[in-house]
Design a protein around this ligand. Structure first.
Ligand code: UD1
Length: 362
């Protein structure tokens, strides 16, 4: 069985890594990694292949950045040629980025079955491009692999046949489990001159948060008022906006805030693990914080993973700076919730996925 596993953007790589590893146990499976090139900088892509022991992509489409239509369209044009040439038996897509939807659309129109990993999650906010990508990808996939109960509920409500849906757990947890030992050993924070559990880790990249001057300025105001050192790995989109809005020099002169480059998987996990708290708008980081029992104030109004609010360490603070500062004070005073053991996290989600795929497409 020939599988095309599609990756493109940073959050895809840690999801594909355990699936690729699980495929190696089946000699009958040829898993070919197709990289769309949505992310292309070494710090957004290459470093993850090295960190996660992933082989170089078998196919690189080199599509790069662009508006949603241009980027998704270019990926479809490029991938359709490859799919026609290579005739995979199955296309496996992960998460909710533009690469996910583009490859799924190409495959389904060529009558190639699509498996979607991390299906069923919904923020119910269609202003997020990821929400559209999730809904459409689930709609056209033959097999849906779901991380948590709420995903099954959402798919059921949308009328998806339950025979196609499999609750398997979270492949991102598999990856975290595989690499946390290495992350614990690197003490990445020390390289930035801040002490263990003495800093806030901050990330921000959602278009709704960074693309407009007013919103981005509010977040910078908040970061400046945090009562502890701040490490801020800056996503390229955010760096561009900070420069455009004249905010870059303001942060660079602030001695409490350290603007740092985007981090690889191991170093970032190390920074999360050793942080006193995290403020972010990242879909993946909220899970990592909950698994590592690190307080996570989400700079968003919604989450596609409500379980992390009830059982994890996530609280939604949106762009309410005063609320965020109150909750930071609570964290520092030891008044913040602890994470409960989250269900379906046993490090074997990828094994289950590949097992189900071999049974389904035997
Ligand atoms: C994408 C995903 C988002 C995910 C995020 C993780 C979509 C719709 N969004 O958003 O869900 O959370 O990745 O990072 O798929 N750029 C570089 N170097 C790169 C890649 C991008 O400089 O390697 C810059 C470009 O100027 C580009 C901008 O970042 O225009 C945005 O990149 P893009 O892939 O469009 O979306 P992200 O904001 O990264």
């Amino acid at each position: 069985m020939r599988i095309h596993s599609i990756v493109g953007a940073r959050p895809n790589f840690m999801k594909i890594a355990p699936i690729h590893k699980a495929c190696l146990a089946y000699p009958a499976i040829e898993n070919r990694i197709v990289h769309t090139g949505q992310h292309y900088d070494d710090r957004m892509s290459g470093v993850f292949f090295k960190d996660l022991n992933l082989p170089e992509p078998d196919i690189y489409l080199g599509v790069g950045s662009g508006g949603h239509g241009a980027q998704t369209g270019a990926m479809m044009i490029a991938y359709e040629k490859i799919a026609l040439e290579e005739k995979p038996d199955l296309v496996l897509v992960v998460g909710d980025v533009n690469s996910t939807l583009a490859a799924a659309l190409v495959a389904v129109k060529l009558h190639i079955p699509v498996a979607h990993v991390e299906a069923g999650l919904r923020s119910f906010d269609r202003s997020m491009p990821e929400e559209i990508n999730r809904e459409l990808t689930d709609r056209i996939s033959s097999v849906l692999f779901v991380t948590e109960e709420v995903g099954m509920t959402n798919l059921g409500r949308e009328g998806v046949e339950m025979e196609r849906c499999h609750l398997v757990g979270d492949v991102m947890y598999d990856t975290l489990r595989n690499f946390i030992g290495r992350a614990e050993a690197v003490h990445a924070h020390a390289g930035f001159g801040v002490g263990k559990k003495e800093y806030a880790l901050v990330t921000l990249h959602r278009p709704a948060n960074v693309d407009r001057r007013k919103e981005l300025t509010r977040f910078i105001d908040l970061f400046e008022r945090l009562p502890l050192d701040v490490l801020f790995p800056v996503h390229p989109r955010t760096r561009q906006r900070l420069a455009e809005f004249g905010l870059l020099s303001r942060i660079e002169t602030n001695t409490r805030i350290r603007l740092i480059e985007p981090q690889g998987y191991i170093d970032f996990l190390s920074l999360v693990n050793d942080a006193r708290l995290v403020l972010c708008d990242s879909g993946g980081t909220q899970s990592e914080c909950s698994w590592l029992n690190v307080p996570c104030l989400m700079l968003r109004e919604t989450t596609e993973r409500p379980m992390l609010i009830t059982s994890g360490t996530v609280e939604l603070v949106g762009n309410d700076g005063e609320l965020a500062l109150r909750r930071v004070a609570d964290v520092l005073a030891g008044r913040y919730k602890q994470s409960a053991a989250l269900p379906f996290c046993d490090g074997r989600a990828a094994e289950r996925i590949v097992g189900i795929l071999t049974d389904t497409f035997r």
